[in-house]
Write a protein that binds this ligand. Structure first.
Ligand SMILES: [Cu+2]
Length: 195
């Protein structure tokens, strides 16, 4: 495996089931509150995975304003401008990928993966992951990474200690500018602004 790919694999993947027809899965969900801190115009951590119904807090530690927002349907939200020491939150009531931006700083990007069941994992620093207590059966495994163009989908069988190995290819990745919350391009000096 290429070192680059290995590193990307380490960074993050989200994995979820269910399920091919016939396998009935009802994982009990525990709602969470997690934090994505804003420091030096950066979201950290910039990728989180949460169960449906969970809340993400966005505390601003910078001495200037940020405007956390998303236009990812159906989880769009807009926390408005707020300054240092303030924290605003959003509760995610739909499953799916939510791209979180800042209306002031176009380079600020975070991802919230909202999961409809508990069968998911975020790989550790060595790239390994485990999804515990999956009832035996056939499932469809979805693998996501911010730098691959589409999810990798794999049919897998759970039962005993099933092992699956997946390598992601991010060679085609390049930074794509996005629009602000009004659907317009950021000002041309965006990213160079003093604050
Ligand atoms: Cu910002």
């Amino acid at each position: 495996m290429q070192p680059l790919l290995l590193k990307l694999l380490l960074t993050f993947s989200a994995v979820q089931g269910p399920a091919t027809r016939g396998a009935h899965v009802t994982g009990r969900i525990v709602i969470l509150t997690v934090e994505i801190a804003i420091t030096d115009k950066t979201y950290a951590p910039h990728v989180v995975v949460v169960p449906l119904g969970s809340t993400v807090r966005f505390p601003n530690h910078d001495p200037f304003n940020h405007n956390v927002f998303s236009v990812s349907e159906p989880n769009q939200f807009d926390l408005g401008l707020y300054g240092r020491g303030e924290a605003k939150s959003h509760t995610f009531t739909n499953s799916g990928l939510v791209r979180v931006y800042c209306d002031v700083h176009p380079r600020m990007v975070a991802y919230v993966q909202v999961m409809a069941n508990r069968y998911y994992a975020q790989p550790g620093t060595d790239g390994s992951f485990t999804i515990d207590n999956v009832p035996p059966g056939r499932y469809r495994l979805h693998v996501w990474h911010e730098r691959i163009p589409t999810e990798v989908v794999r049919d897998v069988t759970a039962g005993g200690d099933s092992v699956v190995q997946i390598a992601l290819n991010a060679r085609g990745y390049h930074w794509e500018p996005h629009r602000n919350k009004y659907g317009r391009d950021y000002p041309t000096n965006a990213g160079l602004e003093r604050y």
